[in-house]
Design a protein around this ligand. Structure first.
Ligand code: ARG
Length: 470
């Protein structure tokens, strides 16, 4: 195919790149309403990477000469360097979106040849590509952040080995557990989050470019070569679906929502734990703020904001689902509304993960307070029932017997620790001297062995597994 230098493009009456068929300039209010540059600016690196791959594809298809391709790529690299240097440059320009902005800067640098770049491409496949490139990178970053958090959790579990505290159900003291076991519960949640994100990343592995506006391209672009250049495993299979698809954003936002649920539950728990009523943790001063009026206050704002910001992420998920619901094929401008919820979620998740990692590493655990709480003898009621069940009576009967004993502890305000053997035996002749070995938080914890239990051997095995040493 011939590659004559393009004639300078005639400026349309509207000043827009698509302005040819319009008789008047767009209303300024419409410009403001429809622009996305103010927030899709952050896609510039991915947009330029896609453009470079596209320029290579156009050259392979004979649309660009080698020298045109080189000029284009050099121009794109210069644009990238300039944008990296001046991250606020988008603020002062009238372009509609990042794609138009980059193309205009390129054309200003290399002249009308810049206009050849959009051959066989539409902003519809371009934006799909940019989003996939962006998200692929962000997921990788988030996964490494999860790894750092997980490592911090495992380290703390190792350090806190041997500290007991009450485990809670319904926010009521339930049974003694190891603090390390409690911490590793969060490790498991983040491990699932990690695997969900890795899974989401797998479905980002199909390259959209070449779908054009919706029907494909007529320039014989070698899509597989573009995919290889941009490190995708393959290409999307249907051009209409390619420009309509934002499943990957909904999927990511859903994964991010679960991740934020985990962070938020944890934050809530530690907000409670830092209150004097619990006093289980002392948060580092540098992660807390004071009150403008009450001089004594040290507030756990970071945790509260992690809990609060989770709402934005769930909102983002509902936002994208609602945008997509009922959209006919293929691209519709509604889809431009995918970006703010996506970007906001990435920021929120990254900041929250990073702060939580610092918090888990630097928080002081007040083991004295935990151990005072765990010495509540009622936490051993289940062990007493288990003791009787082990001696052969049905667990239901054991539960009933111990229930009555608990009633006595509560009404007479005399903990089990103050009971004599005959007192126990009044409730069941099966109680014997060995009972007192059972009746300690440590005894209770150590009997719960096996995979997943709170016994120290089980927890040590879990730590070893988390360290990849099993
Ligand atoms: N800014 C648009 C978006 O983010 C890019 C695609 C626009 N396509 C179009 N034909 N107007 O969705």
């Amino acid at each position: 195919m011939a590659n004559k230098e393009t004639q300078p493009k005639k400026k349309s009456s509207t000043g827009k790149m698509w302005g040819g068929r319009f008789s008047e300039a767009t209303d300024p209010q419409v410009d403001r309403f429809t622009e996305s540059l103010s927030y899709d600016y952050r896609l510039y690196r991915y947009d330029i990477a896609g453009s470079i791959a596209h320029a290579n594809a156009l050259a392979r298809a004979g649309i660009l000469t080698e020298s045109e391709k080189k000029k284009l790529i050099l121009g794109l690299k210069k644009v990238e360097a300039e944008l990296a240097e001046d991250p606020l440059s988008f603020r002062w320009v009238p372009d509609e979106d990042i794609h138009m902005f980059v193309e205009r800067l390129l054309t200003e640098k290399i002249g009308p040849l810049g206009g050849k770049l959009h051959t066989g491409r539409s902003r519809n496949d371009q934006v799909a590509l940019d989003l996939k490139l962006y998200l692929r990178e962000k997921i990788a970053e988030i996964v490494s952040q999860i790894d750092l958090l997980s490592e911090a959790i495992v380290k703390q579990s190792e350090k806190q080995m041997g500290v007991f505290l009450p485990g809670y159900t319904h926010m009521q003291r339930a049974q003694p557990i190891l603090l390390s076991h409690y911490l590793l519960a969060y490790y498991e949640m983040f491990r699932r989050d990690r695997s969900r994100l890795e899974d989401c990343k797998k479905r980002l592995n199909e390259m959209p470019l070449g779908a054009g506006a919706l029907a494909g391209n007529s320039f014989g672009i070698d899509r597989m070569a573009v995919a290889a250049e941009l490190c995708f495993q393959g290409v999307t299979a249907n051009s209409i679906d390619t420009v309509s698809d934002r499943d990957f954003i909904a999927e990511f936002l859903s994964d991010a929502s679960l991740l934020m649920i985990h962070l938020s539950r944890w934050a809530e728990e530690w907000v409670l734990w830092s209150a004097s009523e619990f006093g289980f943790v002392d948060l580092p001063d540098r992660f807390c703020t004071g009150s403008s009026m009450m001089p004594q206050k040290k507030n756990p704002d970071v945790l509260e904001l992690i809990r609060g910001k989770s709402g934005r992420v769930f909102g983002a998920l509902i936002n994208i689902l609602t945008v997509l619901k009922g959209l006919p094929l293929s691209y519709n401008r509604d889809m431009q509304e995918d970006k703010r919820p996506l970007f906001d979620t990435v920021d929120t998740v990254q900041e929250s993960l990073s702060l939580m990692t610092l918090l888990v590493s630097e928080t002081q655990f007040i083991s004295k307070k935990m151990e005072a709480a765990v010495s509540d003898s009622l936490l051993l009621a289940t062990d007493l029932a288990d003791y009787l069940a082990q001696k052969g009576i049905p667990f239901r009967s054991a539960h009933e017997i111990v229930g009555k004993m608990v009633y006595k502890v509560v009404s007479e305000k005399r903990p089990f620790g103050e009971w004599s053997l005959p007192e126990f035996q009044k409730h069941s002749p099966l109680f014997e001297k060995d009972l007192f070995r059972v009746l300690t938080p440590e005894g209770s914890i150590e009997r719960r062995g096996g995979v997943g239990g709170t016994a120290s051997a089980s927890v040590k095995a879990a730590i070893k597994k988390a360290r990849g040493k099993n």
